[in-house]
Structure formats: structure tokens, C-alpha cells
Write a protein that binds this ligand. Structure first.
Ligand code: ADP
Ligand code: MG
Length: 257
């Protein structure tokens, strides 16, 4: 049965989508069958793995709002063993359309459950909010991976996220765990980055991954080519570190089992 991991933080621009694309691709390269799910109406994850949103008639919207089986919207990517459930701009309406519907918080979970045995990992990229799309992602997941940008206000807003996680644990998904906290966009030339790392470690302790994602020009360029970093520039530092992260994620899973 696949492990489901939500990549969540309601702050925008902290590296959720970059981590979803690259962690998924690295897990696939390491031999895992991986499904990545885009739940952000912006669809950056979808284009980041080279899937053309304009070609998509259906997306995660139809799963959430119209109860379409998830396997009907699953498409392969150019990367071996990596499939995606894409998002298109149609998803922008879902947050509001879901409000009056029955079991609105567990719709994604219900449809992903039927796919779990086809994959080793299902990675869900969340939008930058704590609304119904993120709640659906958290309710569907075994664990949540929190990217934290190495900047001055790094910890700001995290208490809101942790509070939402606790509410989901209490009412919707008792099993939900914190998979890990990932430090992103570290600029090694500044002391600030090092200070932030210490501060985040004080707070989250051994939940913080050893792999720290550097600010890396190639990582920023890769999405515009529709490629994960291990395809776009496999020798870059960004590719190395995302591979290390994938190994950490696999090892922590083995420890729990
Ligand atoms: P989020 O999904 O949390 O909004 P993104 O992953 O889309 O954040 O990242 C925001 C922007 O920063 C994107 O343009 C992305 O390409 C860029 N970016 C993300 N991580 C890095 C990194 N480690 N180095 C350089 N640019 C990055
Ligand atoms: Mg994003």
C-alpha cells in the first residue's frame, strides 16, 4: 500500500511545488512507483512535470466535485514510474463549490484510497491556503511534509498550520503524522540562513531533515522546461540534494515499519 504524503504550508513561495515535483521524480528514479497529485488551481506542479494543462479535459476538480474515479484522471509523465493527477484552472472554483456538498473534507481520500495499491508513494502538492483543498489533502494523507523557507519570518504562520493539522487529526484523520520539516532556499552565503536552521531545529528537533535545499538557479529554471531537476540538470547541487531527501524519506518509512 502506498504511503500518502501531503506537502503543505499555507505560505506561498516556500518551495511546496518544487519539492513535490522533485521529491516525486527522485522517488521514482530510485525505483518507486509514484503518483503526484496537484491540488493547486495554479497548476504549477502539472506544468512542472511537463504536462500541458491545455490538453487536459479533466483534472482533480472532476474527482473532488463530480466524484469521477481518480484513475480516470491519472496520466503518465515523461518520467518512468511517475504518474500525475493534474490540476487546471477549473479547480479554482472547487473551494467554493465544495462548501455545500456532502463529505466535502473526505472526497479526495475516498477516491485516492482505490489507487493506493498501485503506488509506493502518493505525493500531494497543496495550494497556499488552509481551505478545503488543503483539508482534503491532509485528510487523505498518512503524513505531512512541511517546507520552510530559510528566511527571517520562517516560523511565522507555522502555528496556524500546526493547529489545522491538529484539527484534522482530531476530527478527520487520526493517523496523520508529521513526516518531516524541510528547510528550503538556503543561501549559504548569509548568516541569516544558519540562524533560521538553528531556530527551526530548536522547534521541530529531529523532525527536521538533514538534507537542506540550497537556493539554486537551476532549480528555479527547471519548471519552465517542464522537467524535474534530475532530468534538467542531474549534476546540479539541487538534483543531488533532492535525491538525498528522497533517500531520507524512504529510510524513515523503513524505520517506522
Ligand atoms: P510554493 O509551491 O510553496 O508556492 P514554489 O515551489 O512554487 O513554492 O517556489 C516558488 C518559486 O521559487 C518558484 O519560482 C520556484 O521555481 C522557485 N524556487 C523554489 N525552490 C527554489 C530553490 N531551491 N532555488 C531557487 N529557486 C527556487
Ligand atoms: Mg505551489
Amino acid at each position: 500500500m502506498g504511503k500518502v504524503i501531503a506537502i503543505a504550508n499555507q505560505k506561498g513561495g516556500v518551495g511546496k511545488t518544487t519539492t513535490s515535483v522533485n521529491l516525486s521524480a527522485c522517488l521514482a528514479q530510485l525505483g518507486n512507483r509514484v503518483l503526484v497529485v496537484d491540488t493547486d488551481p495554479q497548476g504549477n506542479l502539472t506544468s512542472g512535470v511537463g504536462v500541458n494543462k491545455a490538453d487536459m479535459d479533466q483534472c482533480v476538480y472532476n474527482v473532488l466535485v463530480e466524484d469521477l474515479p481518480a484513475e480516470n484522471v491519472c496520466v503518465p509523465t515523461n518520467i518512468d514510474r511517475l504518474d500525475i493527477i493534474p490540476a487546471t484552472i477549473q479547480l479554482a472554483g472547487a473551494e467554493i463549490e465544495l462548501v455545500p456538498t456532502i463529505s466535502r473534507e473526505i472526497r479526495l481520500k475516498k477516491s485516492l484510497d482505490s489507487l493506493k495499491e498501485n503506488y509506493d508513494y502518493i505525493i500531494i502538492d497543496c495550494p497556499p491556503s488552509l481551505g478545503l483543498l488543503t483539508i482534503n489533502a491532509l485528510t487523505s494523507s498518512d503524513s505531512v511534509l512541511i517546507p520552510v523557507q530559510c528566511e527571517f519570518y520562517a516560523l511565522e504562520g507555522l502555528s496556524q498550520l500546526l493547529n489545522t493539522i491538529r484539527l484534522v487529526q482530531k476530527h478527520l484523520n487520526k493517523q496523520l503524522m508529521i513526516e518531516g520539516v524541510l528547510l528550503t532556499m538556503l543561501d549559504a552565503r548569509t548568516n541569516l540562513g544558519i540562524q533560521v536552521i538553528e531556530e527551526v531545529k530548536k522547534y521541530f528537533q529531529d523532525k527536521v531533515y538533514k538534507s537542506v535545499i540550497p537556493r539554486n538557479v537551476r532549480l528555479g529554471e527547471a519548471p519552465s522546461h517542464g522537467k524535474p531537476i534530475i532530468v534538467y540538470d542531474p549534476k546540479s547541487r539541487g538534483a543531488e540534494v533532492y535525491l538525498e531527501l528522497a533517500k531520507e524519506v524512504m529510510e524513515s518509512g523503513e524505520r517506522v515499519r
